[in-house]
Design a protein around this ligand. Structure first.
Ligand code: FE2
Length: 133
């Protein structure tokens, strides 16, 4: 599978896709966080394989508002280093942002069901993006 430049400088490399799950290599560059987004109806496992990352999770301040317009509240900010694992489910830690704390950070993501993570909602115009540093 080829390397796909999704939105530089994030780089995704599809390692495997099956009827049941995807395995994706994510390369992050310091200073270019992936903004808050969700992975609807998805369970995910993220294994940091090099560098370190800050993963911030959020909840909607008002779930009754249209999702894209609702403000987010930071739930927690956690630092992950090589060999640390972070997980999300459809109902836990699903809205999150990710940023490299070192020059580069590589993460193996496993998502089930497959292709669902491409249906992410990215939350625009957020003022409260969490930062570990
Ligand atoms: Fe994500």
């Amino acid at each position: 599978m080829g390397e796909v430049s999704f939105e530089m400088p994030y780089t995704f490399r599809w390692i495997e896709t099956t009827p049941h799950f995807d395995i994706v290599l994510l390369k992050l560059k310091k200073g270019f966080p992936i903004p808050p987004h969700n992975h609807p109806s998805t369970t995910g496992v993220a294994l940091v394989i090099s560098g370190s990352t800050c993963i911030t999770t959020y909840e909607l301040e008002d779930a009754l508002h249209e999702v894209k317009r609702s403000a987010l509240r930071v739930v927690k900010m956690s630092e992950f280093r090589a060999w640390d694992v972070s997980t999300l489910t459809s109902t836990r830690d699903n809205i999150h942002s990710v940023e490299a704390l070192d020059d580069f950070c590589h993460i193996i993501d496993i998502f089930t069901p497959p292709k669902n993570f491409l249906k992410a909602t990215i939350y625009p115009g957020l003022k409260n993006v969490g930062r570990c540093q």
